[in-house]
Design a protein around this ligand. Structure first.
Ligand SMILES: Cc1ncc(COP(=O)(O)O)c(C=O)c1O
Length: 339
């Protein structure tokens, strides 16, 4: 994308070292949200220039900011509290600030990360105060950031974010970067269209033609890795109850939380019976003691048996990364294949 000066991988989507190495080799930078993520990049990609890391914590303890600044890592501040109460830490520093553009956008309420209902960012009505606080602690705001949410397909959203940040930047003469966030949609069903990157590039290009500075940064997470990974799970048991036919597999929300957390749809295929007709409607469930442990509702699949292997698609992002040992069931092991 020619309109974008820098792409940062939002590594929360998948912090596997092999993924980080592959992405670093493509020249991308990294957006990290915890000390652990920063350290993971530094360990996985030896010698990476620190200026390729951006640390964007949210309600993190003071010591994490201090640590990152001492490491020479660029930090995004998410509220006035940090500037007001920890002013000494930011004295003489160049910082980014996350702005709440006022309207969240995303596939589910829980992934809309702007607007009054979301905990992120400095609201636009606090810009004057932000300037005062930054001046007070002698910090220079060199970047403004906004991430409206995840799972977006309409290119107009990023242009709107760029427009709002440009308006805000008028109050901060030091701003040289507008980071317009991630959230590039990944089609969840085969008949859905992918986001049109050329269209996004063209729209942002037109925006930039009118306002060449500051430069634009983009920070996709899921878009870069979702389709690169699948979850494989063996069928354990089957049962019918009421109208439902349950197809149980050996791992569930402990390996892929998205369906339970966001109602997300992931294509499911029975790899053992690829040539057989899909005559059954199954509710595919995991072994976790939660009614919400459902990987897919009402899925048309071949008549399946214990030991079959199911593939659950698009698990490369927010899959293992969100996995847990809940019920003391370890999540599926994450393996990488190099081609
Ligand atoms: C600040 C920020 N940037 C980028 C992303 C990446 O979002 P996505 O994986 O939907 O592209 C997130 C996701 O939570 C985020 O919080």
């Amino acid at each position: 994308m020619r309109s974008v000066a820098r792409v940062l991988y939002a590594m929360k989507a998948n912090p596997h070292p092999a993924i980080l190495q592959a992405i670093a080799a493509q020249g991308l930078s990294f957006e990290c949200v915890s000390r652990g993520e920063v350290e993971r990049v530094l360990q996985s990609v030896p010698g990476i220039a620190r200026e390729r890391l951006l640390f964007t914590p949210n309600f993190a303890p003071r010591a994490e900011y201090q640590w990152a600044l001492e490491q020479g890592i660029r930090v995004t501040v998410d509220n006035l509290y940090a500037l007001r109460n920890w002013s000494g830490m930011f004295r003489g520093r160049e910082i980014f600030v996350r702005i709440d553009t006022g309207r969240g956008r995303g596939h589910h309420q829980k992934v809309r990360t702007a607007g009054a209902q979301s905990k992120f960012g400095v609201p636009l009505i606090e810009l004057a105060e932000l300037r005062q606080e930054a001046d007070h602690c002698e910090a220079t705001i060199v970047g403004l950031h906004a991430h409206a949410g995840s799972g977006n397909f309409a290119v107009a959203g990023w242009v709107e974010t760029a427009r709002i940040l440009t308006g805000a930047a008028a109050q901060f003469p030091g701003v040289v970067v507008l980071n317009i966030g991630g959230g590039l949609g990944v089609p969840d069903r085969p008949d859905r269209r992918a986001i049109d990157l050329e269209k996004l590039d063209a729209a942002l290009g037109r925006f930039r033609a009118a306002r060449p500075a500051p430069e634009l940064w983009l920070e996709p997470g899921r878009y870069l890795v979702a389709a690169a990974g699948v979850l494989l799970a063996r069928v354990t048991q089957l049962k019918g109850k009421g109208d439902a036919q349950y197809l149980g597999v050996a791992t569930g929300m402990n390996s892929l939380l998205r369906p339970a957390l966001y109602g997300s749809y992931h294509v499911i295929v029975n790899l053992t019976r690829l040539d057989e007709p899909s005559v059954m409607h199954y509710t595919v469930v995991g072994p976790i003691c939660e009614s919400g442990d459902v990987l897919g509702h009402d899925r048309q699949l071949p008549r399946s048996s214990e030991g079959d292997i199911l593939l659950i698609a698009d698990a490369g992002a927010y899959g293992h990364a969100m996995g847990s040992d809940y019920n003391l069931r370890p999540p599926a092991e994450e393996l990488t294949i190099e081609s």
